[in-house]
Design a protein around this ligand. Structure first.
Ligand code: MV4
Length: 529
């Protein structure tokens, strides 16, 4: 798809370059933006909650302003405190990261009203894609294939029943104001419709303050494939290829890769052109993602637009070589995009594993705690996006994402090998993480053969779980060694060998552990060391 300059808006007023950017976020994404600012000679300013005072992005920023207690509602969602911090520190722009206020059109508007630049899409574009029913109508009118279904909010069950009568069950009820899976209900027969509609409406109301619901045909055996786009204020839209995001659990993505095994060059060109059309139709600017479901026949179906930089943006950066945060800052400053469509030539393969503070051996239950030590992987083709430091507390106040591990290779096999190497080097002591899950998946035939869809993780987990038990922590190994030792000595003592308890035989568990540790020049720490 050629870059279109046909409907170029009036030349944007030249803006002065940005000198100070306030980062309204925390953790790895805040650090990612701090680093982009440094690379551009821009001063990063952080805001932080009481829980993040000693965090790495706060330490590395030029200035940092406390904005409230740990709960996000009182800090990272506190619009007034964030705007005041920006004005007080002389920032001229705000980068929202992802989550928190990133897709809040009222926040984007408030930032601009305060005379600051919002580094993200215009509020109007956010609103145009934020209502799923409006977005479906808009995209259908532009020839973008939408999933078969209603293009109006259902007033009652009748319109949905009429749709199901032609399309057939199962259907999927979705929240009009929704996204991300909240308020969704599968309906498998007419008999279920009334109760499912009631449930979808109340969940939509609770999640979005809007009980509007509509229906689509349920697509099964599909993959989630999304296209990265960047649009500037001069009418240019560039698409940067796809990301395969099917490996997820309860709408939390776990592994992403670029490119997707399910996308041929022809499908890529088609989806890229569709994504650029979605951007133009909604008046989009800045970085964004157009999500599609791709069915088994290779047809793309528009799902929704994510009006933000996404967690998984590094895989696109690794294969394209472009810095997406730099591109965001450039277009927010009014500059032209730093790359043209003809310069986008993805190379190799990139995979991202999301390292979460969750225990995959026990249903991915949250595993907060104090980080006692971190050993980061590195080496050829390995990137780690994390703000984690020894001493940090991983709390339940925020997202469970503690690190993103990204591996690049000339081909998918090399990327997988490098990822496995890096996963095995990685140590985060003090909490359980999803690292063992990633190792199991990447070693498996199904992932290697590309045989997965959006339901794969849920199907595969029962088979993976027994192999996910975390190796023992050092102190656990020591405790077991002590117990075995006590038992052996008691047994020898009872047998009348004499010296039990007064010396440590060379063959004792403690002695063996101690000698192994000496060989490595440090105290015994067990398998996790
Ligand atoms: C669907 C679908 C199947 N058919 N729509 C999930 C979140 C939101 N973005 C829409 N989602 C889905 N919409 C139709 N008509 C399946 C999903 C879906 C899904 C999509 C992508 C990645 C993971 C998913 C997990 C469950 C359901």
């Amino acid at each position: 798809m050629a870059t279109s300059r046909s409907k170029r808006p009036p030349a944007a007023r030249p803006k002065p370059p940005l000198r100070r950017i306030l980062i309204a976020n925390r953790g790895e994404i805040a650090l990612r933006v701090v680093r982009a600012c440094r690379d551009l000679g821009i001063a990063p300013v952080m805001v932080y909650s009481d829980a993040d005072r000693d965090s790495l992005p706060v330490r590395l920023a030029d200035a940092a302003v406390p904005i409230g207690p740990a709960p996000a509602a009182a800090s990272y969602l506190n619009v007034q405190a964030i705007l005041e911090a920006a004005l007080r520190t002389g920032a001229d722009a705000i980068h929202p990261g992802y989550g928190f206020l990133a897709e809040n059109a009222d926040f984007a508007e408030a930032v601009e009203a305060a005379g600051l630049t919002f580094i993200g899409p215009p509020a109007a574009a956010m609103r145009a894609v934020g209502d799923k029913v409006e977005a479906r109508r808009l995209m259908a009118a532009r020839g973008v294939p939408i999933i078969p279904g209603l293009t109006d909010r259902a007033a009652d069950g009748r319109a949905i029943e009429a749709f199901a009568a032609t399309a057939g069950y199962p259907i999927l009820l979705k929240a009009a104001a929704g996204g991300g899976g909240k308020g969704m209900r599968v309906v498998r027969s007419a008999a279920e419709l009334t109760s499912m509609l009631r449930a979808a409406r109340s969940e939509a109301k609770a999640s979005f303050g809007d009980d509007g619901v509509y229906a689509e045909k349920l697509l099964e055996g599909v993959r989630h494939v999304e296209i990265q786009i960047v649009a500037d204020a001069h009418g240019d839209v560039v698409w940067l290829g796809e990301r395969e995001c099917s490996l997820q659990r309860r709408h939390q993505k776990l592994i992403e890769e670029a490119p997707s095994l399910a996308v041929t060059p022809a499908l890529r060109a088609k989806m890229g052109a569709l994504a650029a059309e979605v951007a133009r139709a909604s008046g989009y600017r800045n970085a964004g993602t157009v999500e599609f479901l791709v069915d088994a026949a290779g047809n793309p179906w528009f799902m929704e637009v994510n009006a933000r930089l996404q967690v998984e943006h590094p895989v696109t950066e690794m294969v394209t070589g472009f810095d997406l945060v730099r591109a965001q800052i450039a277009v927010a400053s009014g500059d032209r995009l730093p790359f043209r469509q003809a310069e986008v030539a993805p190379r190799g393969w990139a995979i991202e594993c999301r390292i979460l503070a969750e225990d995959p051996a026990h249903g991915f239950r949250p595993h907060p705690g104090r980080i006692t030590a971190v050993r980061l992987p590195a080496g050829p083709g390995v990137r780690v996006d994390t703000a984690l430091q020894a001493g940090d507390e991983v709390s339940l106040h925020y997202d469970a994402l503690v690190a993103k591990l990204i591996a690049w290779g000339e081909d998918r096999d090399q990327a997988i090998r490098r990822m496995l190497r890096a996963l095995r080097e990685f140590r985060i002591a003090g909490i359980r993480t999803t690292i063992p899950f990633h190792i199991e998946v990447l070693e498996g035939e199904e992932f290697r053969g590309g045989r997965f869809d959006i339901a794969w993780v849920d199907r595969a987990l029962p088979g993976l779980s027994p192999r996910l038990e975390a190796p023992l922590e050092g102190f656990e190994t020591a405790a077991i060694a002590a117990a075995v030792e006590a038992y052996e000595m008691a047994r020898r003592g009872a047998a009348g060998t004499g010296a039990a308890g007064t010396e440590t035989p060379a063959s004792s568990a403690w002695a063996i552990a101690g000698r192994r540790a000496q060989m490595r020049g440090r105290p015994p720490r067990g398998r996790w060391a």
